[in-house]
Design a protein around this ligand. Structure first.
Ligand code: GTP
Ligand code: MG
Length: 205
């Protein structure tokens, strides 16, 4: 998919204030610092569109971007950031759970996982919850450039083995690097596919 246009629309904490739910939406979520904002910039080829930072906790609101005038990308705050107070974490949890449950045009949640790390309970629990709620999601492994291709392959296989302990069917997954652009075409092709299914379903409605 060619990205002709990408622009920031809104930042807020409430689903009711998000842009009209008339276009398919892709929400990027995952641990703080996993590379959500960087991946959004890499996918749309606009450095600085989504704010990134070396220190975790940069993204704190639900940020909407409009792409090619026909789909939304959403940058969400990271979870599992230890330096945030319990109260703030609970608030984050409420905001995100509400968003995930109520956002009617949510086409797919993209759960970002750092390709260097072994499976962590916070991510596994989050995916479990998406499964229970019936919210469609894919996994996007990030920062593939941080180790050799062989190491990445081994880490991802062991991650998928862990997932297959609790999932009959594994979620679709992608391997990316915001540094090298790896995985860009695959993720955009996937989004393009889902967008087409949406347009088809709309035409049939
Ligand atoms: P929060 O908004 O704080 O939750 O973080 P985030 O998930 O949006 O992460 P962000 O995109 O801000 O990136 C965090 C740090 O990781 C930054 O220093 C990025 O430059 C770095 N980073 C992100 N993606 C990659 C990648 O693919 N490769 C490498 N080498 N560094 C990356
Ligand atoms: Mg961010």
């Amino acid at each position: 998919m060619l990205i002709r246009d990408a622009r920031f629309l809104t930042s807020n904490t409430r689903v009711e204030l998000c842009p009209a739910p008339i276009l398919p939406e892709y929400a990027f979520i995952g641990r703080s610092n996993v590379g959500k904002s960087s991946l959004i910039n890499m996918l749309v080829s606009r450095q600085g569109l989504a704010k990134t930072s070396a220190s975790p906790g940069k993204t704190q609101l639900i940020n909407h971007f409009l792409i090619n005038e026909n789909w939304y990308l959403v940058d969400l705050p990271g979870y599992g950031y230890a330096k945030v107070s319990k109260v703030a974490r609970a608030e984050w949890g409420r905001m995100i759970n509400y968003y995930l449950r109520k956002r009617e045009n949510l086409a797919c949640v993209c759960v970002l996982i750092d390709s260097r790390h072994p499976p962590q309970a916070v991510d596994l629990d989050f995916m479990e919850k998406l499964g229970v709620e019936g919210i469609p999601f894919v996994i996007i492994f990030t920062k593939a450039d941080k180790q050799s291709a062989a190491q990445t392959r081994e880490l991802i296989s062991s991650y998928l083995r862990k997932l297959s302990e609790s999932w009959d069917e594994l979620p679709r997954h992608f391997l990316t690097s915001s540094e090298t652009g790896q995985g860009r075409e695959e993720v955009l092709a996937f989004i393009d596919d889902v967008n087409r299914q949406w347009a088809q379903a709309d035409a049939n409605a």
